[in-house]
Design a protein around this ligand. Structure first.
Ligand SMILES: Cc1cc2nc3c(=O)[nH]c(=O)nc-3n(C[C@H](O)[C@H](O)[C@H](O)COP(=O)(O)OP(=O)(O)OC[C@H]3O[C@@H](n4cnc5c(N)ncnc54)[C@H](O)[C@@H]3O)c2cc1C
Length: 418
């Protein structure tokens, strides 16, 4: 093995960046994550990984203590209520054991922290990756493998992973054109409440829904819906309220950051037709987050020269199937599989071929899941009706039976990556 390391730069230290670092760790490689923030902003939101992603974490990457070390909550299923507050459908995930892994819900910060610890720990193979915070990338030269930081410093690598999220600066350098995420016409309110506070101040809610029971509950009207469930083993309760922009009475363009605040009175006005017991929760909690939901149309490519886009930078999607972060984990798994056998420093041609293979492996599936997420965002009832036609598990078999890049390659009759 050469004494010069194979250098990988990952732009963005979110879920995608950390996952890519875990997947790519190997002897003889130097992995650096460049993150613009200080990584210390606590965002009050939960995030779920679906069985297709938790299986990669636990089996492919061998993170056997995932649940114990990250305070993840195994979700038992979906309960759907109509706008009158009547339970109309229940899907038990315990009956879907064939997926081979669980749907798990985290406080977003807990999963991120866990992945960061794994990416930088001494326990996995290869050198721990280096995380450089307050390092905002402003430019990238894909063929040369150079990124420029805000302070003018230039860093060079053999491979650059653009994991810089929905407003990616790497995306236009790959495409040679601007491709901004598109407003989808919906926004999301986010609330995180301590379960104790909920039990003390919203007893009527707790008579309808046990906030410590690990189920995802959805209350659905024609245009708006509430998606709720416990996190941190029942210590916290999270709510997301999906709302059409025109019903929201807030400025959607202002809601472009995780830290934008929502207005409680306007939120209550928007959910006026919802049962009193659900509205009692909307009156609790200190911080209401607001986030305008944008997604991308499938891009013509994710790769150019030494650079590849992954995660929201490549395929931002609506959160209606909870697949955004899971697709990010799948991208990382594909990078790990296709670079598995590379023990030398590949030249530009070899790198470009491997990155094209990763793109071919991932593109069709990620694009279809973007499309399914748009489908799942359509009104769940006919106008003027309370009858819910939407099925929360409609696309689950397609989403969750995925077995990773190695299996995909077999279907292409190509030599399998290890
Ligand atoms: C309301 C809502 C609920 C959601 N719920 C779920 C869910 O339950 N399950 C799920 O799977 N997904 C969910 N998602 C989607 C999920 O959050 C994203 O798909 C996922 O976070 C994408 O990860 P990422 O690392 O690609 O991007 P991000 O999490 O956005 O991370 C990008 C990182 O790059 C950094 N960065 C950006 N630009 C630069 C730069 N120029 N230089 C250096 N660093 C930079 C950012 O600071 C950030 O840390 C939800 C999304 C929303 C909006």
């Amino acid at each position: 093995m050469s004494s010069t390391p194979f250098r990988i730069i990952i732009v963005g230290g979110g879920i995608a960046g950390m996952a890519a670092a875990i997947a790519l760790r190997a002897p003889g490689r130097d992995i650096t994550i460049l993150e613009q923030s200080r990584l210390n902003t606590e965002i009050g939101a939960t995030l779920s990984l679906q069985p297709n992603a938790t299986r990669i974490l636990q089996e492919t990457w061998g993170l056997k203590n995932l649940l114990k070390d990250s305070q993840g909550t195994v979700d038992q299923g979906f309960r759907i209520y109509n706008v009158e507050g009547k339970l109309v459908n229940e899907v038990k995930l315990s009956q879907k054991t064939e997926y081979g892994a669980d749907r798990v819900v985290w406080h977003r910060q807990d999963l991120h922290e866990y992945l960061k610890r794994a990416a930088t720990s001494l326990d996995l193979k290869g050198k721990p990756c280096t995380v450089r915070t307050s390092s905002r990338v402003v430019a990238c030269e894909p063929e040369l493998g150079i990124v420029t930081l805000e302070d003018g410093a230039k860093l060079e690598a053999d491979v650059i992973i653009g994991a810089d999220g929905i407003h990616s600066v790497i995306r236009p350098t790959v495409l040679g054109r601007q491709a901004k995420a598109i407003p989808t016409g919906s926004s999301a309110y986010r609330l995180m409440i301590s379960t104790k506070e909920l039990e003390e101040n919203a007893p009527e809610f707790c008579r309808n829904i046990d906030p410590r029971s690990p189920f995802t509950s959805m209350v659905m009207a024609h245009e708006c819906r509430l998606i709720m469930g416990p996190a941190r083993g029942g210590e916290l309760y999270s709510l997301v309220g999906l709302v059409p922009d025109e019903k929201m009475n807030e400025d959607p363009d202002a809601a472009q950051s995780w830290v934008t605040k929502g207005d409680r009175a306007k939120m209550l006005e928007t959910f006026d037709a919802f049962p009193e017991w659900t509205k009692s929760v909307l009156k609790l909690g200190d911080n209401i987050g607001l986030w305008q939901l944008r997604d991308l149309d499938p891009l013509e490519t994710w790769t150019r020269g030494r650079v590849i886009l992954i995660g929201d930078a490549a395929h931002a999607m609506l959160p209606t199937q909870g697949q955004g972060a899971s697709q990010t984990i799948e991208d990382a798994e594909a990078l790990g599989a296709f670079f598995h056998d590379i023990q030398h420093i590949p030249d530009l041609g070899e790198i470009a071929t491997i990155l094209q293979d990763v793109f071919r492996c991932r593109f069709e599936r990620a694009s279809l899941i973007q499309k399914y997420s748009r489908e799942a965002a359509k009104p769940p009832t006919a106008k003027g009706s309370n009858e819910i036609r939407m099925k929360p598990d409609e696309f689950m078999d397609y989403n969750c039976f995925y077995r990773g890049a190695k299996e995909w390659k077999k279907t292409q009759n190509l030599v399998s990556p290890a």
